[in-house]
Ligand binder design. Structure first.
Ligand code: ADP
Ligand code: 5GP
Length: 194
Protein backbone atom coordinates (compact mmCIF):
# COMPACT_ATOMS: atom_id res chain seq x y z
CA UNK A 1 0.00 0.00 0.00
CA UNK A 2 1.66 3.29 -1.02
CA UNK A 3 -0.09 6.59 -0.60
CA UNK A 4 2.89 8.89 -1.08
CA UNK A 5 2.61 10.37 2.39
CA UNK A 6 -0.88 11.84 2.05
CA UNK A 7 -2.60 13.35 5.05
CA UNK A 8 -6.24 14.06 5.80
CA UNK A 9 -7.13 16.86 8.20
CA UNK A 10 -10.64 16.89 9.66
CA UNK A 11 -11.61 20.03 11.54
CA UNK A 12 -14.68 21.79 12.96
CA UNK A 13 -15.92 23.30 16.19
CA UNK A 14 -16.52 20.81 18.99
CA UNK A 15 -19.91 19.11 18.55
CA UNK A 16 -20.06 19.38 14.74
CA UNK A 17 -19.51 15.64 14.27
CA UNK A 18 -15.77 15.19 13.64
CA UNK A 19 -15.36 12.14 15.85
CA UNK A 20 -18.43 10.44 14.35
CA UNK A 21 -17.21 11.07 10.81
CA UNK A 22 -13.57 10.15 11.50
CA UNK A 23 -14.65 6.86 13.11
CA UNK A 24 -16.78 6.02 10.09
CA UNK A 25 -13.93 6.79 7.69
CA UNK A 26 -11.58 4.58 9.72
CA UNK A 27 -14.10 1.72 9.59
CA UNK A 28 -14.69 1.95 5.85
CA UNK A 29 -11.36 3.06 4.36
CA UNK A 30 -8.54 0.70 5.35
CA UNK A 31 -5.75 2.95 4.02
CA UNK A 32 -6.40 5.44 6.84
CA UNK A 33 -4.74 5.46 10.24
CA UNK A 34 -5.67 7.84 13.06
CA UNK A 35 -3.11 10.21 14.56
CA UNK A 36 -3.81 9.84 18.28
CA UNK A 37 -3.26 13.24 19.87
CA UNK A 38 -2.09 13.95 23.40
CA UNK A 39 -4.17 16.02 25.81
CA UNK A 40 -4.32 16.94 29.48
CA UNK A 41 -8.14 17.05 29.53
CA UNK A 42 -9.93 14.43 31.65
CA UNK A 43 -10.82 11.17 29.88
CA UNK A 44 -14.54 10.71 29.13
CA UNK A 45 -16.06 7.40 30.31
CA UNK A 46 -16.22 5.88 26.79
CA UNK A 47 -12.71 6.93 25.81
CA UNK A 48 -9.67 4.65 25.83
CA UNK A 49 -6.15 5.88 26.53
CA UNK A 50 -4.00 5.29 23.44
CA UNK A 51 -7.02 4.90 21.13
CA UNK A 52 -8.86 8.21 21.47
CA UNK A 53 -6.05 10.25 23.02
CA UNK A 54 -2.94 9.83 25.08
CA UNK A 55 -4.21 11.31 28.36
CA UNK A 56 -1.35 13.10 30.09
CA UNK A 57 -0.93 15.19 33.21
CA UNK A 58 -0.36 18.88 32.60
CA UNK A 59 3.22 18.45 33.82
CA UNK A 60 3.93 15.63 31.38
CA UNK A 61 2.32 17.56 28.52
CA UNK A 62 4.60 20.55 29.25
CA UNK A 63 7.66 18.32 29.45
CA UNK A 64 6.85 16.90 26.03
CA UNK A 65 6.44 20.41 24.64
CA UNK A 66 9.92 21.21 25.97
CA UNK A 67 11.31 18.06 24.39
CA UNK A 68 9.90 19.07 20.99
CA UNK A 69 7.63 15.99 20.82
CA UNK A 70 4.79 17.89 19.11
CA UNK A 71 4.39 18.81 15.47
CA UNK A 72 1.82 21.34 16.67
CA UNK A 73 -0.03 21.95 19.90
CA UNK A 74 -2.71 24.37 21.09
CA UNK A 75 -4.32 25.50 24.30
CA UNK A 76 -7.71 24.89 22.69
CA UNK A 77 -9.60 25.88 25.85
CA UNK A 78 -8.22 27.64 28.93
CA UNK A 79 -5.78 25.22 30.63
CA UNK A 80 -6.65 22.44 28.18
CA UNK A 81 -3.86 21.43 25.85
CA UNK A 82 -3.98 19.24 22.76
CA UNK A 83 -1.08 18.27 20.53
CA UNK A 84 -0.12 16.21 17.51
CA UNK A 85 2.79 13.89 18.25
CA UNK A 86 5.62 13.75 15.73
CA UNK A 87 6.01 10.05 16.58
CA UNK A 88 2.40 9.26 15.52
CA UNK A 89 2.76 10.95 12.16
CA UNK A 90 6.11 9.39 11.32
CA UNK A 91 4.97 5.91 12.41
CA UNK A 92 1.82 6.04 10.26
CA UNK A 93 3.61 7.47 7.24
CA UNK A 94 6.37 4.86 7.48
CA UNK A 95 3.65 2.19 7.36
CA UNK A 96 2.54 3.65 4.00
CA UNK A 97 -0.83 4.69 5.38
CA UNK A 98 -2.72 7.97 5.08
CA UNK A 99 -2.71 9.90 8.36
CA UNK A 100 -6.10 11.21 9.49
CA UNK A 101 -6.23 14.02 12.05
CA UNK A 102 -9.16 15.24 14.21
CA UNK A 103 -7.94 18.67 15.19
CA UNK A 104 -9.11 22.18 16.06
CA UNK A 105 -9.31 24.93 13.43
CA UNK A 106 -6.01 26.62 14.31
CA UNK A 107 -4.12 23.33 14.40
CA UNK A 108 -5.67 22.37 11.06
CA UNK A 109 -4.51 25.62 9.47
CA UNK A 110 -0.99 24.99 10.81
CA UNK A 111 -0.84 21.42 9.49
CA UNK A 112 -2.19 22.44 6.09
CA UNK A 113 0.51 25.11 5.87
CA UNK A 114 3.15 22.55 6.80
CA UNK A 115 2.07 19.87 4.31
CA UNK A 116 0.52 21.86 1.44
CA UNK A 117 -0.82 19.73 -1.41
CA UNK A 118 0.04 16.48 0.36
CA UNK A 119 -2.76 17.28 2.80
CA UNK A 120 -6.50 17.62 2.23
CA UNK A 121 -8.26 19.74 4.84
CA UNK A 122 -11.98 19.21 5.44
CA UNK A 123 -14.21 21.43 7.55
CA UNK A 124 -17.31 19.78 9.05
CA UNK A 125 -20.12 22.29 9.17
CA UNK A 126 -23.06 21.99 11.58
CA UNK A 127 -26.44 23.18 10.22
CA UNK A 128 -26.40 26.07 12.74
CA UNK A 129 -24.85 27.18 16.01
CA UNK A 130 -28.10 26.20 17.75
CA UNK A 131 -27.92 22.65 16.34
CA UNK A 132 -24.31 22.39 17.47
CA UNK A 133 -25.23 23.46 21.01
CA UNK A 134 -28.06 20.93 21.04
CA UNK A 135 -25.66 18.14 19.96
CA UNK A 136 -23.13 19.06 22.62
CA UNK A 137 -25.86 19.03 25.27
CA UNK A 138 -27.24 15.69 24.05
CA UNK A 139 -23.76 14.14 24.05
CA UNK A 140 -23.75 14.69 27.84
CA UNK A 141 -19.96 14.72 28.07
CA UNK A 142 -19.45 18.31 29.23
CA UNK A 143 -20.22 20.09 32.48
CA UNK A 144 -21.72 23.60 32.30
CA UNK A 145 -18.33 25.32 32.27
CA UNK A 146 -16.83 23.13 29.60
CA UNK A 147 -19.98 23.45 27.48
CA UNK A 148 -19.76 27.24 27.64
CA UNK A 149 -16.07 27.22 26.63
CA UNK A 150 -16.94 25.11 23.59
CA UNK A 151 -19.85 27.33 22.57
CA UNK A 152 -17.73 30.48 22.89
CA UNK A 153 -14.99 29.01 20.74
CA UNK A 154 -17.41 27.57 18.16
CA UNK A 155 -18.74 31.00 17.28
CA UNK A 156 -15.25 32.08 16.28
CA UNK A 157 -14.26 28.77 14.63
CA UNK A 158 -17.32 28.76 12.36
CA UNK A 159 -16.02 31.88 10.63
CA UNK A 160 -13.00 29.93 9.31
CA UNK A 161 -14.82 27.47 7.10
CA UNK A 162 -13.64 29.00 3.82
CA UNK A 163 -10.00 28.50 4.80
CA UNK A 164 -10.17 24.76 4.09
CA UNK A 165 -10.04 22.66 0.90
CA UNK A 166 -13.50 21.14 1.35
CA UNK A 167 -16.59 21.64 3.50
CA UNK A 168 -19.03 18.89 4.46
CA UNK A 169 -22.44 19.91 5.79
CA UNK A 170 -23.32 17.56 8.65
CA UNK A 171 -27.10 17.92 8.84
CA UNK A 172 -28.32 14.50 7.75
CA UNK A 173 -25.63 12.18 9.14
CA UNK A 174 -25.88 9.53 6.41
CA UNK A 175 -25.45 12.11 3.70
CA UNK A 176 -22.45 13.59 5.49
CA UNK A 177 -20.83 10.15 5.89
CA UNK A 178 -21.39 9.33 2.27
CA UNK A 179 -19.97 12.60 1.05
CA UNK A 180 -16.96 12.22 3.38
CA UNK A 181 -16.27 8.74 1.97
CA UNK A 182 -16.50 10.04 -1.59
CA UNK A 183 -14.17 13.02 -1.00
CA UNK A 184 -11.60 10.87 0.80
CA UNK A 185 -11.69 8.12 -1.82
CA UNK A 186 -11.10 10.70 -4.55
CA UNK A 187 -8.17 12.13 -2.61
CA UNK A 188 -6.39 8.85 -1.93
CA UNK A 189 -7.30 7.04 -5.15
CA UNK A 190 -8.95 3.67 -5.78
CA UNK A 191 -8.73 0.98 -3.14
CA UNK A 192 -5.89 -1.56 -3.47
CA UNK A 193 -8.34 -4.22 -2.36
CA UNK A 194 -10.47 -4.27 -5.52
P1 ADP B 1 -17.03 16.42 17.59
O1 ADP B 1 -16.06 15.28 17.53
O2 ADP B 1 -16.91 17.35 16.43
O3 ADP B 1 -17.01 17.14 18.90
P2 ADP B 1 -19.10 14.34 17.74
O4 ADP B 1 -18.80 13.42 16.61
O5 ADP B 1 -18.78 13.91 19.12
O6 ADP B 1 -18.50 15.81 17.45
O7 ADP B 1 -20.65 14.69 17.62
C1 ADP B 1 -21.32 15.48 18.62
C2 ADP B 1 -22.65 14.79 18.99
O8 ADP B 1 -23.56 14.98 17.89
C3 ADP B 1 -22.53 13.30 19.22
O9 ADP B 1 -23.39 12.94 20.28
C4 ADP B 1 -22.98 12.69 17.89
O10 ADP B 1 -23.54 11.41 18.08
C5 ADP B 1 -24.03 13.70 17.41
N1 ADP B 1 -24.12 13.86 15.94
C6 ADP B 1 -23.15 13.77 15.01
N2 ADP B 1 -23.63 14.01 13.78
C7 ADP B 1 -24.95 14.26 13.92
C8 ADP B 1 -26.02 14.57 13.00
N3 ADP B 1 -25.82 14.69 11.69
N4 ADP B 1 -27.24 14.78 13.50
C9 ADP B 1 -27.47 14.68 14.83
N5 ADP B 1 -26.53 14.37 15.76
C10 ADP B 1 -25.28 14.17 15.32
P1 5GP C 1 -12.37 17.20 22.50
O1 5GP C 1 -12.02 17.63 23.89
O2 5GP C 1 -13.81 17.47 22.17
O3 5GP C 1 -11.96 15.78 22.21
O4 5GP C 1 -11.53 18.09 21.51
C1 5GP C 1 -11.57 19.49 21.59
C2 5GP C 1 -10.93 20.10 20.38
O5 5GP C 1 -9.53 19.81 20.36
C3 5GP C 1 -11.49 19.53 19.06
O6 5GP C 1 -11.66 20.63 18.15
C4 5GP C 1 -10.41 18.61 18.60
O7 5GP C 1 -10.41 18.43 17.20
C5 5GP C 1 -9.18 19.39 19.05
N1 5GP C 1 -7.96 18.57 19.03
C6 5GP C 1 -7.83 17.25 19.27
N2 5GP C 1 -6.56 16.86 19.14
C7 5GP C 1 -5.86 17.96 18.77
C8 5GP C 1 -4.46 18.19 18.46
O8 5GP C 1 -3.62 17.31 18.47
N3 5GP C 1 -4.11 19.46 18.16
C9 5GP C 1 -5.02 20.48 18.12
N4 5GP C 1 -4.57 21.68 17.77
N5 5GP C 1 -6.32 20.29 18.40
C10 5GP C 1 -6.73 19.05 18.72
Amino acid sequence: MTNSGKLLIITAPSGAGKTTIVRHLLETIPELSFSVSATNRPRRPMEINGRDYYFLTTERFREMVEQGAFLEWEEVYTDQYYGTLRSEVSRIRSEGKVVIFDIDVQGALNLKKEYGDQALSIFIQPPSLEALIERLKNRKTEDAKSLQKRIDRATQELTFKDAFDQTIMNDDLNQALSSARKIVREFIGPSDLH
